[in-house]
Ligand binder design. Structure first.
Ligand code: FAD
Length: 325
């Protein structure tokens, strides 16, 4: 059995989980692809994921209302052990990385961490992951029969429904250990803008936009016209122009939108590792030798101060004429 631990928030399945299911199918091990839904009041999550998998295991318990790596790991390990899962997949988000290591220890299993590909080669799981600031892609092989795999978010394209009947749902019994940590407060930063991980179009800005005001005017301005998510380089985040939540790259988010527009970004390898799987990459940079031009599909050599306002103007005019017709 391949066990896929479902990430969810606000009663919806997280987008990264559909990538996990794609990874589970790519592995090609025998046994049902099984979704595991942990939480409290998660019936809707179980129903949403059912069409994508062969079966769904649901642990709907009050004690699981709040994510806790220790409790979560114990639950995943127990269910994996009882269900004789040979492969356990989690998203390599912060919380997924926290619990995957614990699950691996509990199951005495190999841990393939933050992988970007994974397949079964004659019974052994072989995966790839980035190392050395994403300059190197390592191939790693699990040497144990049971393997825990955390998958880098945004790498695998979302799985489609199986097309068969939705997977059968089963409630599972759990011996949940008492939590050792309590969450005493939570502040949520509300934004109307589409999340980076969910966006079809991402407009990202780099140091080439000049300053925080330039970023707002050019990058956010272009994103507004396109209904796109906003991304940034680490240089921009380090300068305090934008929040870390918008950072794209090796130490930020990995995105794979239909269109990625890089505004004033040099294309350092650490940035590229977070966006180079985008379907179409458009780059605007005044330096024709900038490395971003080696990975883009369309490149504009020019000053962002003249190119981007012209783009905004053209798009706004096209939208207006479409609205009028
Ligand atoms: C361990 C580690 C992890 C890292 N993780 C990340 C990460 O997750 N994400 C990330 O992005 N970086 C990361 N970095 C940093 C990375 O190495 C680069 O420093 C960073 O991506 C550069 O950002 P930038 O392209 O905005 O700036 P720069 O490299 O300074 O590039 C600015 C570009 O703008 C162009 N430009 C300037 N003015 C204009 C103009 N008026 N019009 C048009 N073009 C203009 C320039 O030609 C230049 O190419 C990491 C580094 C390390 C060491």
């Amino acid at each position: 059995m391949i066990l896929v631990v479902v990430a969810h928030a606000d009663g919806r399945v997280g987008r990264s989980t559909f990538g996990l299911i794609a990874a589970a199918r790519q592995i090609g091990r025998s046994g049902p692809v099984t979704a595991l839904v942990l939480g409290s009041g998660v019936a809707g999550v179980a129903t949403e994921i059912a069409p994508y998998v062969d079966q769904v295991l649901v642990a709907d318990r009050e004690e699981l209302a709040q994510y806790d790596p220790q409790v979560w790991a114990a639950a995943v390990a127990q269910i994996a052990h009882e269900g004789e899962a040979d492969t356990i997949l989690l998203t390599a988000s912060r919380s997924g990385r926290e619990s995957s290591a614990r699950v691996a220890v509990k199951l005495d299993a190999a841990l393939l961490e933050d992988v970007v590909s994974v397949v079964d080669r004659q019974g052994a799981l072989v995966a790839e992951r980035y190392s050395c600031l994403a300059r190197v892609t390592e191939r790693i092989e699990a040497l144990s029969p049971v393997v825990v795999v955390s998958v880098k978010p945004g790498i695998f394209a979302a799985a489609e429904p199986t097309g068969a009947e939705p997977g059968e749902q089963y409630d599972v019994e759990l011996a949940v250990p008492p939590a050792r940590v309590r969450v005493t407060g939570k502040v949520r930063y509300a934004t109307d803008r589409i999340a980076l991980a969910d966006a079809d179009v991402v407009v990202s800005g780099g140091r080439g936009v000049g300053d925080a005001a330039g970023f707002e005017r050019l990058v956010v301005g272009l994103a507004d016209q396109l209904g796109a998510a906003v991304g940034a380089t680490r240089a921009v985040v380090d300068a305090g122009w934008r929040p870390y939540s918008e950072q794209v790259g090796q130490t930020g988010k990995t995105v794979q939108p239909k269109v990625y527009i890089a505004v004033g970004i040099s294309g350092a390898v650490q940035h590229l590792s977070g966006m180079n799987k985008s379907r179409l990459i458009v780059a605007i940079n005044k330096d024709s030798e900038a490395p971003i031009f080696r990975v883009c599909d369309f490149g504009i050599v020019g000053n962002v101060e003249s190119v981007v306002p012209a783009m905004i103007e053209q798009i706004a005019a096209a939208r207006l004429s479409r609205a009028g017709s």
